[in-house]
Design a protein around this ligand. Structure first.
Ligand code: SAM
Length: 323
């Protein structure tokens, strides 16, 4: 397709913008935090004997024994925080991606991918939506495989890749269980996903008109499910995921808790316990992502306390097969 001169200029401006927003460090640590981490860097240096230290300037020291990722000690320390507070701007065609109410920031996904993989490795997202995780993978030179039930979301993902000049990952428009069953065992380096919402029976009765009309209702193809039905389906997916993930590699799951039907549901704990009891994954962490872009809502005021949900959980599991 031939481009006009103004399209060419726009394209090069886009590229320049993209270059400028590339982080200087592999992980973009805010200045204040970087200073704090550097101040007590002694423990980091102690962990890495001199013979294994690779000095990469401003990024700090890389430990040559690192089997998990390409991060320096300083970046590893920053990413080990149990709360993620960095703000992720609405970019990478956010206007297109936001048609999907559950889209995740590609740069947040890239930070997680950089923490759990090395360059060139392969990540899988069985519930890819409009591809936050796959865009994140392309941004940091990892290969992606995505699966999505709804064709519309895959089309949006592909459009974003074209507009942003990003390498497109392999995608499958199907129920993820059908695709994962056919995949090679022990072939994936990291699974990063964001599970479909639980559409509980009473939701429509209790949600406000605005919430009922929001994009969130487009998530799941199912009209309504009991919590157990929803959990059973997810656990079935993660049982299959276990088989395709390499040993000692990680699974990260975005999951929001929910206030619905007059009570708070700790869905992250329900899912974590379900996976723990029915698969051989070991739970390693529950990271809290504080989403600074979320607006506050006053639901119960002045009669009852109802929280404004501005965080999501990221459950971290590891496959630890006895050999
Ligand atoms: C929470 S969204 C993922 C959003 C994604 N993180 C993003 O950045 O766009 C979950 C997605 O899973 C899809 N889904 C639900 N059940 C599925 C299944 N059995 N197989 C594949 N995809 C499914 C839904 O259509 C939905 O788009």
């Amino acid at each position: 397709m031939k481009r006009t001169m103004s399209q060419k200029i726009n394209k090069s401006q886009d590229l320049l913008f993209k270059f400028e927003r590339m982080p200087k460090l592999d992980i973009d640590i805010p200045n204040e935090e970087a200073k704090r981490i550097e101040k007590n860097d002694a423990d980091l240096l102690e962990r890495t004997p001199k013979s294994f230290r690779k000095d990469i300037g401003e990024r700090g020291f890389y430990d040559a024994r690192n089997i998990l990722n390409d991060l320096t000690g300083k970046e590893w320390k920053f990413m080990s925080k149990s709360v993620i507070t960095r703000s992720y701007p609405p970019d990478f065609q956010h206007n297109l991606r936001k048609q999907h109410g559950g889209q995740k920031p590609p740069l947040l996904c890239a930070d997680l991918i950089k923490t759990f993989t090395k360059k060139g490795e392969t990540i899988l997202d069985p519930f890819m939506g409009v591809g936050g995780s796959l865009i994140g993978a392309s941004l940091c030179g990892r290969k992606g495989i995505g699966i999505e039930l709804n064709k519309k979301w895959i089309e949006i993902y592909k459009e974003v890749c074209q507009l942003e000049d990003l390498e497109e990952s392999k995608t499958f428009n199907d129920d993820c269980r059908n695709v994962i069953k056919k995949m090679t065992k022990n072939s994936i380096d990291f699974i990063l996903t964001d599970v479909p919402y639980w559409n509980m029976d009473k939701v429509e009765k209790t949600r406000s008109k605005a919430a009922a009309q929001s994009n969130l209702s487009q998530f799941n193809e199912k009209e309504s499910q009991t919590k157990q039905e929803w959990l059973d389906e997810l656990i079935e997916v993660f049982e299959l995921c276990y088989e395709v993930l390499k040993n000692k590699k990680y699974l990260a799951i975005f999951i929001g808790d929910m206030y619905r039907g007059k009570e708070y549901h700790i869905l992250s704990a329900d899912l974590a316990n379900g996976i723990k009891s029915r698969t051989k994954f070991l739970l390693k962490a529950n990271l809290i992502w504080y989403d600074v872009s979320k607006n506050l809502h006053v639901y119960g005021q002045p009669f009852a306390f109802i929280p404004s949900m501005i965080h999501q959980n990221i459950l971290i599991f590891r496959k630890e097969e006895l050999t």
